[in-house]
Design a protein around this ligand. Structure first.
Ligand code: SAH
Length: 218
């Protein structure tokens, strides 16, 4: 899926992620296999696709920084066949990485044009995720419960619906905070009513937004 030029750039990125502390080899392999350059316009591709930075993808949104994608993916402890709900499909990059890890991914996006372009990217590259256009605050109850839930936008609070849709023992990885900076949280479901929270430091995400009618349609 990658020619030698992109393979080279990507293995430098993976080495950099290792240096920054990503240890899970399965996550590093998934990053190696995912063609991030295909999500960039030709003019930006060579220079930016395999740099460890977030990048604009239109509609005021960004493709997440590879380190953030790797960090969240590592926290999910993905096993092959896991059912994962993602909130904020965006470009589809994180979705593709989860598919590479062998997960069955369900992903929700609130902006129509991003939903459509992510669908195209994932279909064209044989990633078989189920994509939904809608409001991630509600989760996707019809397919619940999930082994894990990943939120890739900055949530103002932890939505109860997302906690409810976890399997017992399931993991919710969610950046929480209303300003420019969020705290990465891991919420593990211990039993029907008890959850354990762990906080993992600061990250920057675009905000998780409620008003579904506010999107720009194509
Ligand atoms: N995972 C993406 C990150 C995209 S940025 C990637 O790898 O590229 C976060 C995305 O969350 C944006 O596309 C934004 O439109 C979306 N988003 C924000 N609020 C949302 C909500 N309530 N429900 C679903 N998606 C939402």
């Amino acid at each position: 899926m990658k020619n030698n030029k992109y393979k080279g750039l990507c293995s430098k990125l993976v080495a950099h992620l290792k240096e920054k502390g990503i240890k899970d080899q399965k996550v590093l392999n998934a990053i190696s296999s995912t063609p991030r350059h295909l999500l960039f316009d030709l003019v930006f591709r060579d220079k930016f696709a395999y740099q460890d930075i977030a990048f604009p993808i239109g509609e005021n949104q960004t493709i997440s920084q590879p380190y953030t994608v790797a960090f969240q993916s590592e926290l999910l402890h993905v096993k092959r066949g896991d059912k994962i709900l993602e909130i904020g499909t965006g470009s589809g990059y994180q979705t593709a990485v989860l598919c590479e890890l062998g997960a069955k991914v369900f992903s929700i996006e609130r902006q129509k044009s991003l939903f459509q372009s992510a669908k195209l990217f994932l279909n064209q590259n044989n990633y078989r995720a189920q994509l939904f256009f809608g409001d991630g605050f509600l989760g996707k109850k019809v397919f619940a419960p999930y082994d894990s839930v990943i939120v890739t936008c900055g949530a103002p609070y932890v939505p109860e619906e997302l906690k409810d849709q976890l399997k017992l023992g399931g993991r919710l990885v969610i950046p929480v905070g209303e300003g420019d900076v969020q705290q990465m949280m891991l919420i593990q479901r211990l039993n029907e009513s008890d959850y354990k929270e762990t906080v993992y430091g600061e990250f920057k995400f675009v905000p998780m937004l409620k008003n579904i009618n506010n999107y720009k349609s194509v």
